[in-house]
Design a protein around this ligand. Structure first.
Ligand SMILES: NC(=O)c1ccc[n+]([C@@H]2O[C@H](COP(=O)([O-])OP(=O)(O)OC[C@H]3O[C@@H](n4cnc5c(N)ncnc54)[C@H](O)[C@@H]3O)[C@@H](O)[C@H]2O)c1
Length: 249
């Protein structure tokens, strides 16, 4: 029980990778706080976790780009547990729009969720982590933040590149306080988000990879569990590529 008596906050935890992370932590004894905008899937996931793992599960229908909603959820979780030990910034959207057709509103929405949302959750949990002089922050980026990603997703790629710089800067600011900050840059992982691009594009990805397959949410959850554990004490400001060999740097 690696995470017994700890609390992990996972954004976008209702489905996909966020749900896989939640299962990983709950199976290792952590209390799990999930937020998402998809109320129905969120409630189903929370119920499944409670039934299967018998851990405390807190769920909040929260838009991570809304500061008030984020702060209220964090305050509510902190009032029911000792503190939030681990934050997984994972909620993101990936609209496909050619550059000239991206409206200012769409640009702001993508950056608001995929980048500002990460900032808002960090601001909300940091005081608790500082008080405890311990914390693990893991930011889910994408290989798009390194190689530009799928065509027609300029805003998404910009947000994911931003997450990498955000991770390094934050790591420098909080390292002395026992808080580590790392990122993961997944390649194509079989979730609903990957389903938003065509089968042909996914097939091209498979052919380009060294392992000749898409990844699974559990592939990312394994690395998240390492970065969230005490075993990763000396790892901070790092980005782990998990992509079956499409980007190697
Ligand atoms: N699937 C891939 O191929 C892939 C590749 C690289 C990186 N990623 C990244 O991995 C993470 C998880 O992706 P996924 O494939 O599980 O996606 P997904 O679309 O299956 O899940 C994302 C979750 O975030 C939630 N969400 C969206 N907007 C939100 C908001 N404003 N507030 C709160 N929750 C919100 C959604 O409702 C959904 O439950 C994302 O950061 C994504 O950018 C995914």
């Amino acid at each position: 029980m690696k995470f017994k008596n700890m609390t992990v906050l996972i954004t976008g935890g209702a489905r996909g990778m966020g749900k896989a992370f939640a299962k990983e932590f709950a199976s290792e004894g952590a209390n799990v706080a999930l937020c998402d905008v998809n109320k129905e899937q969120l409630e189903d996931t929370a119920a499944e976790l409670r039934d299967t793992y018998k851990v405390k599960v807190f769920e909040g229908c929260v838009d991570v780009s809304n500061e008030r909603q984020v702060n209220e959820f964090v305050e509510s979780v902190e009032s029911q547990t000792e503190s939030i030990d681990i934050l997984i910034n994972n909620a993101a959207i990936h609209p496909l729009t050619p550059v000239e057709k991206i409206s200012n509103e769409e640009w702001d929405k993508v950056l608001g969720i995929n980048l500002k949302g990460y900032f808002l959750t960090v601001k909300a949990v940091l005081p608790g982590m500082r008080k405890k002089q311990y914390g693990r922050i893991i930011n889910i980026s994408s290989e798009a933040g390194k190689n530009g990603g799928t065509i027609c997703a300029l805003h998404y790629a910009a947000s994911k590149g931003g997450v990498l710089a955000f991770t390094r800067n934050l790591a420098k600011q909080v390292g002395e306080e026992g808080i580590t900050v790392n990122a993961i840059a997944p390649g194509r992982i079989a979730t609903d988000m990957a389903g938003s691009v065509s089968d042909d594009e996914n097939q091209i990805y498979v052919e380009k990879s060294a392992v000749k397959s898409l990844g699974k949410p559990a592939d990312i959850a394994n690395a998240v569990a390492f970065l969230a554990s005490k075993r990763s004490n000396f790892v901070t400001g790092e980005t782990i590529n998990i992509n079956g060999g499409t980007v190697m740097d």
